[in-house]
Design a protein around this ligand. Structure first.
Ligand code: PLP
Length: 418
């Protein structure tokens, strides 16, 4: 459920016509709805109310500090995967003891930064990393709280690029050898074992993979208890899917209904790391029609947003609804909606039936709040889009559009070329 709706044929973001936003801020433009973001966050909070928990927003899905701030204000934590995300999370006001840090390639500098910031825990992905964290913590005369990221070998039935919890993946520690790793960790002088972590993939549209993975993790926790290792934190990761097209994914309440009974009588704090399910349907990408082009086999609508602004269609063959910002009676055409970038893979939609558009009309690419701006780039020397947050009748620019100067700011022409 989101707050981008038509009123008398015009698309609104909450109480503001999207056309007004496009005219004021220009396009391509990311527009987020405050009410939708809060509603999605509270759906998790309310579902897991009554069981000790922290909702750690997966910053990589949308790292804008205004968005992170919104979750921080309502008690959220952060799931980070880099020093840059740690910086953003702290700047946005996330308490450091609500920050968990995953990723297979944490550098020494990043580990130091996280230790200095006193984050809640490192979600450790390999033996080498475990030893490195121990070494760096030792040098800093401090302790590192850690969880091991366990790979439970569960197929979540989603796109291969966003599946992470199977034997063939680079993530986590195979569940078969988890006990050995916990033994090793408990012997290291500068790490304190506090938890267990798993994250099996993204855009998961069934409850069963979450249940199956948790069953395996709970067996591991039982074995650890039997060996005298007790954990405080159970981090079940993120991955809950959203409706892009006609999917009917479970809601946080469905997850809670299945997961909480499995956890009762266990003295654990549950950590969740939702990204997409918080921000995905809370954002749209607004783009302007530049040209209509009749090809021999099909028509193209050429718009001013490209794969550098939203790479999901190109990268994952992802489907996004595309809606006209002003709805009128139109003849239908079958077309590809494509960007200006010099790649055949630069498209937002293929073989889509859309109403005929005129040059200069606006389109809204729906469900673009997650892994949208976040994965955008400057390819073809295109300044990255502006981002606006709408709350009721208010709208605020939460990220300025980049300028041409921004594109070359950090570059230097050497003296020998002058
Ligand atoms: C990407 C990621 C998430 C968030 O996944 P969503 O599908 O966006 O909910 C959570 N945890 C980890 C470790 C991740 O890498």
């Amino acid at each position: 459920m989101h707050f981008f709706q038509y009123r008398s044929g015009e698309l609104y973001a909450e109480e503001v016509p999207v056309k007004t936003l496009a005219e004021q801020y220009g396009t391509p433009l990311y527009v987020y709805s405050h009410t939708t973001l809060l509603r999605h966050f509270m759906a998790y909070e309310n579902a897991f109310d009554g069981y000790p928990h922290i909702i750690c927003f997966a910053v990589k899905s949308n790292p804008n500090t205004a968005i992170i701030r919104l979750f921080a204000k309502h008690g959220g934590g952060a799931d980070i995967v880099s020093g840059g995300e740690l910086h953003a999370a702290l700047k946005a006001g996330i308490p450091s003891r609500k920050i968990v840090y995953a990723g297979v390639g944490k550098t020494e500098d990043e580990i130091r930064f996280a230790l200095k910031s006193k984050i809640l825990m490192f979600n450790v992905e390999s033996e080498n990393e475990l030893r490195e964290i121990d070494r760096v913590a030792g040098n800093m005369k401090t302790n590192a709280q850690i969880a091991l990221r366990i790979n439970p070998d569960i197929d979540p039935g989603t796109h291969p690029y966003i599946t992470t919890g199977m034997k063939k993946h680079k993530f986590g520690i195979p569940i078969e050898v988890a006990l050995e790793y916990y033994k090793l960790a408990s012997k290291l002088k500068n790490v304190v074992v506090v938890g267990v972590h798993k994250h099996i993939g993204s855009q998961i549209t069934k409850v069963s993979p979450f249940v199956d993975a948790l069953k395996r993790i709970l067996l591991l926790i039982d074995e650890l208890n039997a060996q005298g290792v007790s954990l405080q934190y159970l981090d079940v990761g993120g991955g809950l899917g959203i409706s892009y097209r006609d999917e009917e994914p479970p809601v946080p309440g469905d997850l809670a209904k299945h997961l909480i009974p499995m956890l009762k009588d266990r003295n654990l704090t549950l950590i969740m790391e939702p990204g997409r399910s918080l921000v995905g349907n809370a954002g749209i990408l607004v783009t302007k029609t530049l040209y209509m082009k009749k090809g021999i086999e099909k028509e193209f609508i050429i718009v001013d947003a490209g794969m550098n602004d939203l790479i999901r269609p190109s990268l994952y063959d992802a489907y996004h609804h595309i809606l006209p910002v002003v709805r009128t009676k139109r003849d239908k055409i079958l077309c590809d909606v494509v960007g200006p970038i010099c790649e055949s893979g630069d498209f937002l939609a293929k073989e889509r039936e859309l109403g005929k558009l005129k040059q200069g009309e606006y389109l809204a690419v729906m469900s673009a709040g997650a892994y949208g701006f976040s994965m955008s780039s400057n390819y073809n020397s295109r300044p990255r889009a502006a981002e606006v947050l709408v709350k009721g009748r208010d709208h605020v620019l939460i990220r300025k559009r980049e300028t041409y100067d921004d594109l070359v700011r950090n570059e230097k022409i050497p003296a020998f070329l002058k």
